[in-house]
Design a protein around this ligand. Structure first.
Ligand SMILES: [Zn+2]
Length: 295
């Protein structure tokens, strides 16, 4: 794991979940903290080698692969951790991710490190801007993938976008990209399309420049619209959530374990509320069975 400069104070550590590093003198602010304790140890070692101490961690959102290193780094350095209000509530209560995916006390199989990072103490951002090295870093609302996800944009034009934009490799590999709110997710893509940063740093994948932005956003939108079309087609006959999940995953060629079942079930639920709320479909009870159908 090697610290790489992007521009100005903005650096990053390439990792399965990239870690942004904003440098202010001898201090570093991390944007997310890696998947787990192992990654956190590597982050800590590399920053120490560079003569940097960790001042704080800013979390883009509360998915465990983005804050898996929080516990270790806070114990080791006493760093302050902050996120948006709703994401901080989940980071402070690590049961929340498996709990909301399952909707009740989760199955034991869901209580794993991929869905439950070790707890830490996380505060809430109290402003839309934070000064780093005498320049302003903007905290940007990127809700959709997660309800309170934020990104960070430096004055020098480096935009850390969390999980708002997925790389082509991820779209091709997973077919269905996790989202908790499709309406919000699409608005965030519209917003990002009009943004004017020089560099974009997605949490998964490579840094890309402004030139690649429009095309990648189009691919992200296409992936969402494709799932909408499949669901509308499947809802020609009334169908339950579980039936729609199975038929849409079959059509996308995706096979799921129990964890993926609950992640994809949440995303399909988000698609269904988007399609119902936008007037393309309705949800109704049919003999104690909740079904969705096209309008
Ligand atoms: Zn995420």
């Amino acid at each position: 794991m090697k610290l790489k400069q992007i521009k100005g104070c903005a650096h990053y550590l390439k990792s399965p979940t990239n870690v942004g590093v904003l440098i202010d003198g001898k201090e570093a602010i991390l944007i997310d903290s890696g998947n787990d304790t192992d990654k956190a140890k590597k982050i800590h070692r590399e920053l120490e080698t560079q003569g940097l101490s960790i001042k704080s961690i800013w979390n883009t959102h509360s998915h465990a692969d983005h804050w898996g290193g929080n516990h270790y780094l806070q114990q080791k350095t006493g760093c302050e951790i902050t996120s948006s209000k709703i994401e901080a509530a989940m980071i402070n209560n690590n049961i929340m991710e498996p709990f909301y995916l399952y909707g009740a006390e989760p199955l034991k199989v869901l209580k794993n490190k991929f869905l439950m990072a070790k707890e830490c103490s996380c505060g809430i951002f109290d402003s839309n801007h934070i000064d780093v090295a005498g320049r302003s870093v903007e905290i940007v609302d990127l809700k959709g993938h997660s309800p309170g996800m934020v990104g960070f944009k430096t004055e020098e034009g480096v935009f850390f976008t969390g999980d708002a934009i997925f790389s082509l490799e991820i779209i091709e590999k997973y077919k269905l990209m996790y989202s908790s709110d499709i309406t919000g997710h699409l608005k965030t893509l519209d917003f990002l399309e009009k943004s004017d940063a020089e560099y974009y740093v997605p949490s998964h994948g490579d840094v890309f420049g402004f030139d690649g932005l429009k095309d990648l956003i189009e691919k992200n939108r296409d992936a969402i619209f494709r799932v909408n079309r499949i669901l509308l087609d499947e809802m020609a006959e009334p169908a339950s959530l579980e039936e729609l999940l199975t038929s849409s995953m079959d059509r996308l060629g995706v096979s799921m374990n129990i964890g993926q079942h609950f992640l994809n079930r949440t995303t399909i639920s988000a698609h269904l509320s988007h399609l119902c709320n936008e007037g393309f479909a309705v949800a109704q009870m049919d003999n104690n069975r909740l079904v969705y159908r096209t309008k």
